[in-house]
Structures are given as C-alpha cells and as structure tokens.
Design a protein around this ligand. Structure first.
Ligand code: NAD
Length: 303
C-alpha cells in the first residue's frame, strides 16, 4: 500500500510560516501584505476557489481586497482595473481568477499585471525567469508539488519524471522545476502516442490533465511516486463505476450526493502500485493556496 502524501498538513505548515513572518513584520511596523483578487462573473467553481484564497489571507494576516465585476465587463475595463491595482502602492499581489468569461482575452489580462505583483506567476517575465532558473514569482501549483516532493524526501536527481499536460499554468512550469532539480523530464499531452507505455516508465508521474481517472493503476510503474493535480467534479454514475472500482467510498459519495471530486489518477488503483500518491481533494489543492500566500508575502518584501 502506497504512502498518502497529505497536502493539507504541509499546507498548514506553510500557512503557519507565512503567518509568523507577517506578524513579525507587523511588530516591526510594516503594513500587512495585500492581495487583490479579481473575480469576473459568477462561475461557481471560481467562487469556491476565491473563497478559499480569501480565507487563507485572513488566516495568515494578509489583507485581501475583492473585486467582483459582472461577467459582461468589457476587456478594456478589466485592464483599467488591473492598471489601477498595478499603480496602487498598498497592493502587493494581483490575482485574476481564471477562467474569464468567453469574450475576455485571459492572456492579455494576465500580461497586463505588473510582474512584481503577479503572484500567480503567469506573466511572461516570471515564466522567463523560471526558464532561466532565476528567482521570481513562480506558479503556485507546480511550486506546491515541488514543496510536497521535497517534504517527503523524494530525491529527484536523475529520476525519470513524466508530466501529463503542457499548460502554461501547470504542465510546462512543472517540467521546468523538475528539470531544475536534475530530473529527466518527459512532457506528455493529448497527442502523445502510447500514453500508458510512457507512464509506465515514470519514476515520478505528475498528472495535470483534467480528465477524471485517466491514469489507471496498470499505467503506473511499481514503486513510482504519483502527484495528481487534476480536480474534476463528476456526476456520471457509469464513469464512477469504471474509475472508482478500487474506491468504494467515492462510489458511495457519488451515489448519495450525486457528485464527487476526483483527480486524473484512479486513486484506489494507484495506492496498490505506487510508493506514494497525493489524494484529491486534500493533496495539491491546499498546497496551491498556501503557495499563493507565500508568493503574496514574497511580493510585499522590499527589493
Ligand atoms: P489545461 O486544460 O490548460 O491543460 C490540460 C493539458 O492536458 C493539455 O496540455 C492537454 O494537452 C493535456 N491533455 C488533455 N487530454 C489529454 C489526454 N487524454 N491525454 C494526455 N494529455 C491530455 O488544464 P490545466 O489548467 O493545466 O489543469 C489541469 C488539471 O489540473 C485540471 O483538472 C485543473 O482543474 C487542475 N488544476 C488543479 C490545481 C490545484 O490547485 N490542484 C491548479 C490548477 C489546475
């Protein structure tokens, strides 16, 4: 049976550390760090994520400002809001919650954020610094995965890491961070041939795809470490029957509540083959929010 990589516990340690540093700076007379969160429209999942982020701010002593313009907000007005926040000396970090409504150009909006306030680490300047291995604000989710691996003493040097997914938010920065730690990295995606065969070569498998239960137990090399970034809400009982064969509890939740959260990896099957696995929920997700708090603190520091 694999070891469970408990994201919640690590997240709590990071939040405690941020809280201590924020309090220390406050007692030296510094104002608290400030995160501005922009949520355009009323996407229910985004509302849940934003609530989690605002709550983490409150827990760590970070001040949060919420901007919730309606979904119809014109692109120019969104950019004007970002410009105002860029210019506001009281604001240290700016987060534009994704996805944006269809008429808005997310890349243009994200590129508008001043790199020093880009606490999500999505601006090309920060992505470029990561590419060069230089310090900067790094994307929270892959940073969270790296923290989790370090906390569990996974020696990355020389191991073969397969990253499923090539998004700018998770897959690509994850691959760069693993490379920086001397792993041999393969990035796989929707056009990759023989995905199961490739995954079976992985000492470390990171799944960031958004396809519930894509990775079966038979895709995992015995003893591999599996990090599941995917967060999927499923309602389909037939899909549940297929992917939760080794997880009667999830199946029961799906039956009783009509929906359940799961990752890209068939968790129950992975636990039988791997040496360590992150759960969904309770794995990478809480660590991502903790990483956002750490980035906001970093953005507030002088220099
Ligand atoms: P995305 O849609 O931008 O990218 C998905 C990637 O998966 C693409 O590169 C695509 O090529 C690849 N892909 C799609 N279908 C595939 C298939 N059948 N086989 C192999 N590759 C395939 O998604 P994203 O923003 O990178 O997010 C991925 C998942 O991670 C989603 O479930 C998202 O909700 C979750 N996520 C979780 C956190 C967290 O905090 N835990 C943060 C960000 C994203």
């Amino acid at each position: 049976m694999a070891q469970l990589l408990d994201g919640k516990a690590h997240a709590q340690r990071i939040l405690d550390e941020v809280r201590t540093q924020v309090a220390g700076r406050a007692s030296a007379g510094a104002r608290p760090p400030c995160l501005a969160v922009v949520l355009v429209g009323e996407d229910p999942a985004s509302q849940v994520y934003v609530r989690g982020k605002v709550k983490a701010c409150a827990e760590t002593g970070i001040r949060s400002l919420e901007f919730r313009p309606p979904a119809e907000l014109p692109q120019a007005e969104l950019e004007a809001l970002i410009d105002r926040l860029n210019a506001d000396p009281e604001v240290d970090g700016i987060l534009v919650q994704l996805p944006l409504p269809g008429h808005q150009d997310a890349k243009r909006a994200l590129h508008r954020i001043a790199p020093g306030k880009d606490v999500d680490g999505f601006h090309p300047v920060n992505q470029g610094l990561l590419l060069e291995g230089l310090p900067g604000l790094r994307p929270c989710t892959p940073s969270a995965c790296m923290r989790m691996l370090a906390a569990h003493g996974v020696a990355l040097k020389g191991l073969h890491a397969v990253v499923l997914g090539r998004s700018e938010i998770v897959g690509k920065p994850m691959a760069l961070m693993l490379l920086e730690q001397h792993a041999t990295v393969t990035i796989a995606h929707s056009r990759t041939r023989d995905l199961p065969g490739l995954c079976r070569q992985a000492d470390l498998l990171v799944a960031a795809v958004g396809r519930p239960g894509l990775v079966e137990g038979s895709w995992i090399k015995p003893g591999a470490v599996v990090v599941d970034v995917g967060i999927n809400r499923i309602e389909d009982p037939d899909l549940g029957q297929r992917i939760f064969r080794a997880e009667p509890r999830k199946l029961a939740t799906l039956r009783d509540k009509g929906a359940v959260l799961c990752g890209d990896v068939r968790f129950g099957e992975a636990m039988e083959v791997a040496s360590a696995v992150t759960p969904v929920p309770g794995g990478v997700g809480p660590l991502t929010i903790a990483g956002l708090m750490a980035n906001t603190l970093q953005a507030s520091l002088p220099g």
